[in-house]
Design a protein around this ligand. Structure first.
Ligand code: CIR
Length: 253
């Protein structure tokens, strides 16, 4: 069974971290209703959704992806690059504890889950403003014994690796090459439509792909490549520099 951990949008989302985009007022109620649609879609796609209560003092806490990387063998609790986000990890650890053994990154490691792209047994980690080499090295030490190969790649001009590249099948990545130097030669790649630079973040749920309704041209490119996708609205949390993968931790039980 697929499980998805999510968390309600914080009433403080307006105080979220912003790195590469300008502040625009966020409508908390709209963000919550779009998030509810997202959870509903995950349920329809077969997920058991574990929805955690809002954290009023943690503005970015809806973006649960950044706090942990859940593999089949263990979950790695991260040390998020933004100090304001470190306290988010505690309640995620409690939520994951029934399902996985837990390991954690410690200082000087910095790593956001948004920088971690798992493609089979290869794990790509973006070196970004949130993730440093110590984070990559500690993470690698934890997962290598389980047969994973870790590869790092620089990310520039955008927050996380998964803003620039996500997997839409076992061997196909959706990419925006403006933000990464890596060629990803081992995979087939689909480029985002040039008018939709933020469209590279697709969420895989089992064999299904969830995709933002904001990017219809890139959705057509996916369709043409035989990657059929389920559309969901995500415009409001995009104002907090978040996308689709950020809002859940998805794993099999
Ligand atoms: C942040 O800057 O940390 C949040 N405002 C957005 C985090 C989005 N998370 C993600 O892409 N994995």
């Amino acid at each position: 069974m697929i499980h998805a951990i999510t968390r309600e949008v914080s009433p403080a989302i307006g105080q979220c971290e912003l790195t590469h985009i300008d502040p625009v007022a966020i409508d908390v109620e709209l963000a919550r209703s779009q998030h509810a649609e997202y959870r509903q879609l995950l349920t329809e796609l077969g997920c058991e959704v574990i929805h955690l209560p809002a954290e009023p003092d943690l503005p970015d806490s809806v973006f649960v992806e950044d706090t942990a990387v859940v593999l089949d063998e263990l979950a790695v609790l991260t040390r998020p690059g933004a100090e304001s986000r470190r306290a988010e990890v505690t309640s995620i650890a409690e939520a994951l504890a029934p399902y996985r053994s837990l390991a954690e990154l410690t200082a000087p490691a910095l790593l956001d889950g948004g920088d971690v792209l798992c493609v089979g047994k290869t794990i790509w980690i973006g070196l970004s403003s949130r993730t440093n080499r110590a984070g990559v090295e500690q993470f690698e030490r934890l997962v290598a014994p389980h047969g994973y190969t870790v590869r790092s790649t620089k990310v520039h001009g955008v927050l996380h690796l998964k803003s620039a590249a996500t997997a839409v099948s076992d061997d196909t990545l959706l990419v925006n090459r403006d933000w990464i130097n890596e060629d990803f030669n081992d995979y087939q790649t689909i480029a985002v439509d040039p008018s939709e630079p933020f469209a590279a973040n697709a969420l895989r749920v089992g064999e299904c792909v969830v995709f933002s309704a904001t990017y219809p041209r890139t959705a057509e490119r996916l369709d043409s490549a035989g990657i059929h996708n389920h559309s969901v609205a995500s415009s409001e949390l995009a104002k907090a520099e978040g996308a689709l993968t950020c809002c859940s931790l998805i794993f099999n039980v």
